[in-house]
Ligand binder design. Structure first.
Ligand SMILES: [Zn+2]
Length: 190
């Protein structure tokens, strides 16, 4: 469960202790060597209890409060080789984005980068094992009863994505591969 466990960077501010809770994801292609981490960063306080997937969006969970305070949030790409932190959106970053990106840049020291690199290789190893397991299966081994013919995620993939706590963005990156599998599966069924 490496990828759903957020990295949290704490610091003291005039308003008290603040954290930047980062949900980290990597490209799903098993043998792709692009060394990048996609980060969804949420500003949190000491009541922070974790990040949860609500439907298709990540939400911040707080202890003892139903409605979390409105705080900044931004997306970033981190180059694991150089440690460079870049905004994801093509639109110019807002003041909040800039502040959170600066925070993230400060947090991306060698220790953080090494932790991200470690997560990256654990994730890629898992993905390779999944790919190998998938390659060993024939279409008959798969449970097609849960596939309604329109759902664009195959059973094996869906199960593995759940386990990894993937969100829609991550699913989107593997759509090409998934479509290829579905086309292949469909071809064999008819
Ligand atoms: Zn890649």
């Amino acid at each position: 469960m490496q990828s759903i466990e957020p990295l949290v960077f704490w610091r003291d501010t005039e308003q008290g202790k603040r954290g930047l809770a980062c949900h980290v994801e990597f490209c799903q292609t098993a043998d792709c060597t692009c060394q990048e981490a996609h980060v969804q960063a949420f500003e949190v306080d000491e009541q922070f209890a974790g990040l949860v997937l609500r439907g298709q969006t990540l939400a911040v969970q707080y202890r003892g409060t139903e409605k979390p305070p409105e705080r900044g949030q931004t997306d970033a790409m981190i180059d694991l080789e150089t440690g460079r932190v870049n905004p994801v959106e093509s639109t110019p970053p807002s003041e909040t984005d800039e502040a959170l990106l600066a925070w993230l840049r400060e947090a991306c020291d060698e220790t953080t980068l090494n932790e991200l690199r470690r997560r990256w290789s654990v994730f890629k190893d898992e993905r390779k094992k999944e790919e190998e397991a998938f390659a060993r299966k024939t279409w008959k081994d798969q449970d097609w009863t849960v596939w309604d013919g329109e759902e664009r995620v195959g059973w094996f993939e869906r199960r593995s994505n759940c386990r990894w706590g993937r969100d829609v963005r991550a699913l989107g990156t593997s759509s090409g591969r998934r479509e290829a599998r579905e086309a292949e599966a469909k071809g064999r069924r008819t």
